[in-house]
Design a protein around this ligand. Structure first.
Ligand SMILES: NC(=O)c1ccc[n+]([C@@H]2O[C@H](COP(=O)([O-])OP(=O)(O)OC[C@H]3O[C@@H](n4cnc5c(N)ncnc54)[C@H](O)[C@@H]3O)[C@@H](O)[C@H]2O)c1
Length: 392
């Protein structure tokens, strides 16, 4: 199977960090497990960044001991922000695509991939608007293409405990759920500086826990309100919220209503001991769940370095017996599951429609997109409640 990756950023290969990102290590692990990977075609708009990404890919192949054919574009100097269309035109089936560009470009790039009948994984959020999400859902259906969103938290065992116990009825009727989720200041002010004003912290982090509540409860969001503050980032010349606080009212299949509170920011100190600080509570008439997804039990303190609390579960290299490294975690699992599903489709073992209900498909992602769009409207309208009319 051929793979095209569109985007050469932090999530694909750790741009701007000493790490290797998530998408490329996951493809590497898929190949290691003996799956039929033919070649990776990889595009970013900037030749210099694509070249740097290729160097990282080569190092990754050395340290993992996993080799495969990879070609980056553009292969001429300069910037070409539409050249991926030419690669799509010549890409040979069986093939699939990864869309890992800034949020506001997801719809345009995913549309081009699906029109070439490529099964497509889009990084979250699917799109910032319901109109775009609905277009992608119907295009994928029309072309019989599997479209999924890389909502990796669905593979996190902490969240799976919540889902399993909720679905077993152990929490009773849901009453409320609460999430606080934040990252360091450098993410909006440096890493995403060129496109951060076309996103928001709710769209970047909060959307994960909107999706998790959908995944856990199968409920439908009915109304949303949001407040936010623009202080520190505004001082840095960026017209974007430091923090957003959002209430979402959900309706379960049985007709019960419960409230989700989301408190998100991306102005945490650079001294924070983890990339992400995240907590989730869920309270029902018969029980309570509390998950701390920052303090997962590992603390590292070395001379001249700040305290570090790494997440051993998301996406991390571990040493193998032969000294090479292998990447493990729910970030890896989410992507290799997509690749396995695409392989099953090509081997006629499953149809794309059969993945509805068990995967973060485009249709599932409509709920989280509706919430972030409604929250954005609420912020623009004096924090008024925004109602949604989504089917269950
Ligand atoms: N960084 C993460 O941890 C993470 C996690 C999950 C999902 N995502 C999502 O992945 C997407 C990309 O995030 P990232 O972290 O790789 O970001 P990034 O800024 O590091 O990379 C974005 C990449 O998109 C490409 N691109 C195409 N057109 C562009 C344009 N007009 N302006 C800027 N870049 C353009 C470039 O190759 C660039 O490297 C976003 O939608 C983000 O929400 C990121």
């Amino acid at each position: 199977m051929n793979i095209i990756i569109i985007g050469t950023g932090m999530y694909v290969t750790g741009r701007g960090t000493g790490e290797y990102g998530t998408i490329l290590p996951a493809i590497t692990e898929w190949k290691r497990s003996g799956k039929p990977l033919s070649k990776v075609y990889w595009w970013g708009p900037n030749r210099k960044h694509s070249f740097e990404a290729l160097q990282k890919a080569k190092t990754l192949q050395t340290i993992t001991g996993v080799q495969y054919d990879i070609e980056v574009f553009p292969n001429k100097d300069g910037i070409d922000d539409k050249a991926y269309l030419q690669i799509l035109n010549t890409l040979k089936q069986p093939a699939c695509s990864f869309v890992a560009v800034p949020d506001h470009l997801h719809c345009e790039v995913a549309t081009a991939c699906i029109k070439r009948d490529l099964h497509t994984l889009v990084v979250k959020p699917l799109t910032p608007t319901v109109e775009e999400a609905e277009k992608l859902i119907s295009l994928a259906k029309k072309n019989n293409v599997y479209g999924a969103v890389e909502f990796h938290k669905r593979w996190d065992r902490q969240n799976r405990i919540l889902r399993d116990d909720y679905q077993a009825g152990k929490f009773g009727i849901p009453l409320y759920t609460w999430t606080e989720y934040s990252q360091r200041k450098s993410i909006p002010s440096q890493t995403f500086r060129t496109w951060v004003e076309q996103s928001s912290i709710l769209q970047y982090l909060g959307v994960h826990y909107v999706d998790i509540i959908r995944y856990v409860t199968d409920a439908v969001p009915v109304k949303v309100m949001a407040c936010g503050q623009k202080e520190w980032l505004k001082e840095q010349g960026l017209d974007v919220h430091d923090s957003i606080q959002c209430l979402v009212e959900w309706r379960t299949r049985e007709g019960h209503h419960f409230i989700q509170t989301l408190l998100v920011n991306w102005i945490d100190s650079e001294q924070s001991s983890a990339m992400s600080d995240q907590k989730l509570k869920f309270v029902g008439t018969l029980g309570r769940y509390e998950g701390d997804q920052k303090e997962r039990g590992v603390r590292l303190l070395y001379e001249d370095q700040k305290l570090e609390e790494p997440n051993p579960d998301f996406c991390r290299p571990y040493q193998r017996c032969d000294q090479t490294l292998e990447w493990e975690g729910y970030g890896i699992h989410s992507i290799t599951t997509f690749l396995d599903d695409v392989n099953s489709i090509y081997e006629n073992r499953i149809q794309p429609a059969q993945l509805e209900g068990s995967r973060p498909t485009f249709s599932e992602a409509l709920y989280s997109t509706a919430v972030i769009e409604a929250a954005c409207k609420s912020l623009q309208n004096l924090s008024s409640w925004q109602h949604m009319a989504l089917a269950g």
